[in-house]
Design a protein around this ligand. Sequence first.
Ligand SMILES: Cc1cc2nc3c(=O)[nH]c(=O)nc-3n(C[C@H](O)[C@H](O)[C@H](O)COP(=O)(O)OP(=O)(O)OC[C@H]3O[C@@H](n4cnc5c(N)ncnc54)[C@H](O)[C@@H]3O)c2cc1C
Length: 593
Amino acid sequence: MAALVGDCIVDDLSFTFFQFTFIDFTVGHVGYDLDGEGIGAVALLLPQTYRLYNLELPPSTPPTPSNLLKKSIQILKSNSHKRNPTIPPDSIDVTLVRRSFDSRRKTLRTSGPVFNHVIDVCLSSQCSQILGEIKTINGKIERLPPSPSLPPSTPTLSFKKKPTIIITGSGPSGLFSALLLSRTKLFKIVLLERGQPVESRGKDIGKLIHRNQINPESNFAYGEGGAGTWSDGKLTTRIGRNSKSVRFVLSCFVKFGAPEWILTSGSPHLGTDNLVKILREMRKEIRSLGGEIRFGAKVTSLGYPENGTVKKVRVEYSDVIERGLGKEETERINRMARERVEIGSEDIGHSARDVYKMLHKEKIPLKPKPFAVGFRIEHPQSLINSLQYKEYSDQVVTGKKGTDLANGSKDIVEGVLPVASYRLATDLGYDGKINRPVYSFCMCPGGQIVPASTSEEETVVNGMSFSKRDSEFANSAVVVGVGEEGDEVLEEYWEKWGVLGGMYFQEDIERKSRELGGSNFTVPVQRLPNFLNSTLSPTLPKSSYRLPKKSSPLHTVYPPPNNQLPKARNNRNIRTTNSWLPRRIRVAAWRGD
Ligand SMILES: Cc1cc2nc3c(=O)[nH]c(=O)nc-3n(C[C@H](O)[C@H](O)[C@H](O)COP(=O)(O)OP(=O)(O)OC[C@H]3O[C@@H](n4cnc5c(N)ncnc54)[C@H](O)[C@@H]3O)c2cc1C
């Protein structure tokens, strides 16, 4: 959730925000083209950089710099117009752009799992001359334009008095908004977070896991860093991993202490332990730039804004325990907490249900969007490893060092594979009337299932892991899409609750799940074959969920047709699904995204 609240009108604010977003991570490519007519002969004498895609090495050949260099030279030679050129190895520089592990048994190009690389090779002018013209193919070998050295763009705005921008929520959206806006030094930033800083949030989460006691304002969903702090810390995205904004976010994490390999790994992962350290550093930078971060500060009203202008933000404060602050700083923060915040205008993100209700009550226009609901599903990690890697499964390493190595740190050693993960998706999940997307989501290898409820009346779980990813379990969400226009499943909810129908549907599911499980965050659990046959599981297997579990009819939680995972209409998909879903599986109610 990132509610940017400032005293400019909404459009101005969004424009400002996006413009500033790009300040720090500079410039695109300048438009001169070495392939251009008339300059080709000169170009061949200059150093040149090529990007090589799909450079594959089997697990038996460790992707060391020298092996990558050898493989790159092979590719360049086979695409050179010269016959068998001899290349001095020191005339080429190889830079790793991305590395991922493809565990498929057979692809068009390979007959077993491979490490797949994207590499930039920089050829000296001598080497360029030796190789002559290189055949370029889009998506395979591309010539990169030289990096320009343009000065970073500078903000053009100036104000007589610094406008104040209030940001609600210190989740990823709120924190990055605060960081970027603080760096412009053009605004006074106030970040309001209902939950606690990571130090005391960790203690609250400990109380929940060990003593079944929940703090409704500081838990797996609320507090510094937002819902993702006690999470798996996967940094994968479906919005283009090489895009400038994604690379910017990753490089920020590295600046704040994340391992450098997240910049090149195909499946970057931080783990809760790293996230906590990174968040402390982000907090420090925002404050050092003059930004205020107030914890225990819950926004309860935007003062019934008229014409899109917020006049007042009402905030309820609770006690805050922030370690590492001197007496003076603690007093300053306490003083700030007593001040009222009276500033205006808005642009709201998403999150807690009470926030949706508040926005709706205050007549702020809301628009529903489709979402997904389903279950967490858990297997022994060793089973996933053996399904994915077959004879290579004993090369899997866990533990911090092993994970770093397997994910692409510089000192790569032979025979090291990351804990296996999987992804399953079909848009042919047939529910008897329509096709629905069915997919696995947020897969946590070597992770655990955790209680993600924000109150005792609802039961909901999610997945998290530490950077070591060394738990004996693998879990992921398996979800079904709902909420497209005209979706019968939500019809009665839209009728009763209008735009908030989807939210009340979600609340109902979490309450039903609480009824099935019972108090103390007892989670209802069912083995997959029983779920599919609509029968109770007589016994439950071991699980990573540390609070109580109860065998329950999970097939009754969702209304038909979502009470069971929709069957795939296409036979091929059924087979794929069934071969992937082994019998030793258990499912637990899960809140979709
Ligand atoms: C256990 C778990 C594991 C996850 N794992 C991953 C993962 O591995 N990778 C991934 O990409 N995503 C993961 N997610 C999802 C990810 O966390 C969310 O997509 C992301 O946090 C959304 O960011 P956000 O800033 O929009 O909202 P949030 O992170 O939800 O942040 C909202 C913030 O606003 C605060 N807030 C709410 N209401 C108020 C109010 N009235 N006043 C003041 N503050 C308020 C909340 O306390 C919270 O800190 C996970 C989520 C959970 C719960």
